[in-house]
Design a protein around this ligand. Structure first.
Ligand SMILES: *[C@@H]1O[C@H](CO)[C@@H](O)[C@H](O)[C@H]1NC(C)=O
Ligand SMILES: *[C@@H]1O[C@H](CO)[C@@H](O)[C@H](O)[C@H]1NC(C)=O
Ligand SMILES: *[C@@H]1O[C@H](CO)[C@@H](O)[C@H](O)[C@H]1NC(C)=O
Ligand SMILES: *[C@@H]1O[C@H](CO)[C@@H](O)[C@H](O)[C@H]1NC(C)=O
Length: 374
C-alpha cells in the first residue's frame, strides 16, 4: 500500500514537472513552430554561391524564387512561417543587428548586446545575424576599434552557440568614408563570414553638379570592389549588393540631352544628395514605363537605365534604376572577380501579383543575379 502510494506520488510529481517544463519551453519560445520539428535545426552546410535576400516584412517572401536563395536577412517582424519555409529550402534566416556605436565602446555593453542577439536567434531558430550599422564613425575614434571588436565578438559568440551560423556585416559601396562612415573594413571582413557591399545610394554625397545620376553606375561600382580587394579583403568574403529600387527625381529643369537638375539637399557635408529624390521599388518604376515620355533609356556612361515622365502638376521627373541588363553586367563581375555571391535590397521590390507581364519582369530580375549557364 505504502509503496504504491509512493509510486503514484512520484508519477504525479513527474507529470507536474513535465507540464511545468513544457510551459517554460513555450514561454521561452523554445517550442518549434514548424510542422516538421526537423525544420527548426539551423542550416549548417555552405553553398558555393551566396544569394542573400533582404526581406522587409509582409508575405511576398512566399513568391521569391527560392531556387536562388541561400540566406534571407529578415528586416521586418519575425515570421516563424518564413523561418520554417526557408529551412525547408536549405536557406538560412538571419536577424537584423543594429546598435548605437557610441554604446559599444563599453565591452560590457557589447557582451550584453551580443548575448541578447544570440538568445533571440536561438529562441527564433535563426541561423545568424546581419549587422547593419550605417552610423558615422571617425577614423582613430574609440568607435572605430569598438566596431571591429563587436563584429569579431559577435561572430565568435554565434559560431559557438549556433554551429554553422552566419555573421555578416553591411558596408558602404566604397571604402572612402562614404557618408562619414570610416570603418576598419579589412578588420571587419576578417572578423565575420562575409561583408555585404551596399552598391547603391552612390549619389548620397554629390560634390559636383546637382543633377540626377544613376543609383549604382557600373564603373564606379566596380572600381570600389577593386579597392576593397586591393586593401586585402579576400574576394570570397565579399557579397555584392545590387538595388532592386531606383530614385525618382523631380527636375528643376530637364534639358533635351537628358540633364535633370535637382534641388540642393545637403547630406553629411556634401552640397547635394540623392535625398532630393524619392526611392521607388522596381515594380512601381515598371508600372510607369508605358505612360513615360521616354520609355526605358540607357545611359552609356553609367551603364544604367532611366526614364522620364511628366507629373500631373506639370513637373518633369527623371527616374534612375537598375534592371536585368544593368544587374547582369554587375553579376558578370561577381563571377570574374570570384566574389562570394550577390544579394539585393530588397526582395520585396518586385511585382509578385502574377500578371503575365509582371511575372516575366520579376523572373528576369531573379535570373539576372546568377550568370547564364556554362
Ligand atoms: C526560379 O529560378 C530557376 C533557376 O534559374 C528557374 O529554373 C525557375 O524557372 C524559376 N522559377 C520561377 C517560378 O520563376
Ligand atoms: C583593423 O583591424 C585589424 C583586426 O583587428 C587590425 O589588425 C588592424 O590593425 C586594424 N586596422 C587599423 C587601421 O586600425
Ligand atoms: C569604365 O572604365 C573603363 C576601365 O577603366 C574605361 O575604359 C571606360 O572608358 C569607362 N567607361 C565609362 C563609361 O566611363
Ligand atoms: C503588378 O502587376 C499587376 C498585374 O500585371 C498590375 O495590375 C499591377 O499594376 C502591377 N503593379 C504593382 C505595383 O502591383
Amino acid at each position: 500500500m505504502e509503496t504504491l502510494r509512493g509510486a503514484a506520488g512520484v508519477r504525479l510529481l513527474l507529470a507536474a514537472l513535465f507540464l511545468l517544463l513544457q510551459q517554460l519551453r513555450l514561454g521561452a519560445g523554445i517550442a518549434c513552430p514548424c510542422q516538421d520539428p526537423a525544420l527548426c535545426t539551423p542550416i549548417s552546410g555552405t553553398r558555393e554561391f551566396e544569394v542573400l535576400v533582404f526581406d522587409i516584412g509582409g508575405s511576398t517572401w512566399r513568391f521569391y524564387n527560392w531556387t536562388h536563395i541561400t540566406t534571407v536577412a529578415t528586416f521586418g517582424k519575425y515570421d516563424p512561417e518564413l523561418m520554417c519555409y526557408a529551412h525547408s529550402r536549405g536557406a538560412r534566416v538571419v536577424l537584423k543587428g543594429d546598435v548605437l556605436v557610441t554604446k559599444i565602446v563599453d565591452p560590457a555593453f557589447r557582451a550584453a548586446w551580443i548575448k541578447q542577439q544570440v538568445d533571440l536567434a536561438k529562441k527564433q531558430y535563426m541561423d545568424g545575424i546581419n549587422i547593419d550599422i550605417e552610423q558615422e564613425v571617425a577614423r582613430s575614434s574609440p568607435e572605430y576599434d569598438a566596431l571591429t571588436a563587436l563584429v569579431k565578438e559577435t561572430t565568435e559568440a554565434f559560431h559557438k552557440a549556433i554551429p554553422g551560423s552566419q555573421v555578416t556585416f553591411d558596408i558602404a559601396w566604397s571604402p572612402h568614408c562614404i557618408d562619414k562612415r570610416c570603418y576598419n573594413y579589412t578588420g571587419i571582413a576578417e572578423s565575420c563570414d562575409f561583408v555585404f557591399v551596399m552598391s547603391y545610394d552612390e549619389q548620397s554625397q554629390v560634390w559636383s553638379d546637382c543633377i540626377a545620376r544613376a543609383n549604382a553606375p557600373y564603373n564606379q561600382t566596380i572600381a570600389a570592389y577593386e579597392q576593397y580587394i586591393r586593401m586585402g579583403i579576400d574576394p570570397k568574403k565579399i557579397v555584392m549588393g545590387v538595388p532592386w529600387y531606383g530614385y525618382d527625381y523631380t527636375c528643376l529643369s530637364l534639358s533635351e540631352d537628358h540633364v535633370c537638375s535637382i534641388a540642393k539637399v545637403p547630406f553629411r557635408g556634401a552640397p547635394c544628395s540623392d535625398a532630393a529624390g524619392r526611392q521607388v521599388p522596381y515594380k512601381l518604376i515598371m508600372d510607369r514605363v508605358d505612360t513615360s515620355l521616354s520609355g526605358i533609356l540607357w545611359n552609356e556612361e553609367y551603364e544604367a537605365p532611366y526614364l522620364e515622365y511628366k507629373a500631373p502638376n506639370g513637373a518633369f521627373h527623371q527616374v534612375w534604376f537598375d534592371n536585368p541588363k544593368s544587374i547582369s553586367l554587375k553579376a558578370d563581375y561577381v563571377t570574374e572577380a570570384g566574389l562570394r555571391g550577390i544579394g539585393m535590397w530588397n526582395g520585396d521590390c518586385l511585382n509578385y501579383s502574377g500578371g503575365s507581364v509582371a511575372e516575366y519582369q520579376t523572373e528576369a530580375m531573379w535570373e539576372a543575379l546568377t550568370p547564364e549557364g556554362p
